[in-house]
Ligand binder design. Structure first.
Ligand code: HEC
Length: 195
């Protein structure tokens, strides 16, 4: 399966400029770690959203369908009861809303001073990268949202192959954002099995 078509698209320049201007205006008064005022409370960090909402729910979607090679050929296993399907759907719905949450302005990446792993940017560097490329950040969140919407439609159709395919696209969406904002130095697609 090709994931190329799921690569984050460029935002029209105009929306990038408007978003960036909004971010700068917000940051000017209160600094880069400030909370945005307005309709959202962005106190929870991006890394907390990754660990509490994004990762566990993506895992449920990825684990929903498995392919095993047996003596009789390939065997595909998926949710069986309506309740099983419901659990996968709820995970996908939560993941979709987690994607929306990533686009909330003014969110801090992580506590400042946290030591990055090898090949990863420090939280302060990621924060600056997001501030300078907010249009791309939001575009990655939207790509994730779209791939998860595809998973929700596949769950509603109880189509195992499509759930699996959407899972692959979700994976690419994670990877696309991580490659630009978390470990941009590892930009050879095949060396990036980290998530
Ligand atoms: C819009 C951008 C974006 C998207 C989309 C995204 N991530 Fe992340 N993710 C980040 C950033 C930035 C970090 C690094 C935060 C840091 O190191 O401070 C991160 C970190 C993580 C971490 C590390 C958490 C930790 O405690 O070390 C995990 C796990 C993770 N993401 C999983 C995922 C999965 C799974 C997906 C897709 C379902 C995903 N992410 C989609 C931006 C994104």
């Amino acid at each position: 399966m090709s994931h190329d078509d799921r690569r984050p698209r460029r935002h029209p320049m105009r929306s990038v400029v408007i978003c960036a201007a909004g971010f700068v205006a917000l940051g000017a008064g209160a600094g880069i770690y400030a909370q945005a005022s307005g309709d959202f409370n962005p106190k929870i960090t991006i890394i907390e959203i990754m660990d509490s909402m994004v990762m566990p729910n993506a895992q449920i979607v990825w684990d929903a369908v498995s392919y095993d090679v047996t003596d009789k050929g390939e065997k595909i296993t998926g949710p069986k009861t309506d309740e099983d399907w419901q659990k996968v759907r709820w995970a996908a719905v939560t993941l979709a809303e987690a994607a929306n949450n990533l686009a909330v302005p003014g969110r801090t990446v992580n506590k400042p001073g946290v030591k990055p792993g090898e090949g990863e940017l420090a939280p302060e560097a990621i924060q600056k990268l997001i501030a300078a490329n907010r249009g791309a950040w939001v575009a990655h969140a939207k790509v994730l949202y779209e791939s998860v919407s595809e998973a929700i439609r596949a769950v509603d159709a109880k189509d195992l192959d499509k759930v699996s395919e959407a899972g692959g696209n979700i994976d690419s969406a994670c990877e696309g954002c991580h490659l630009q904002f978390w470990y941009p130095d590892q930009n050879k697609p095949d060396q990036n099995k980290k998530k």
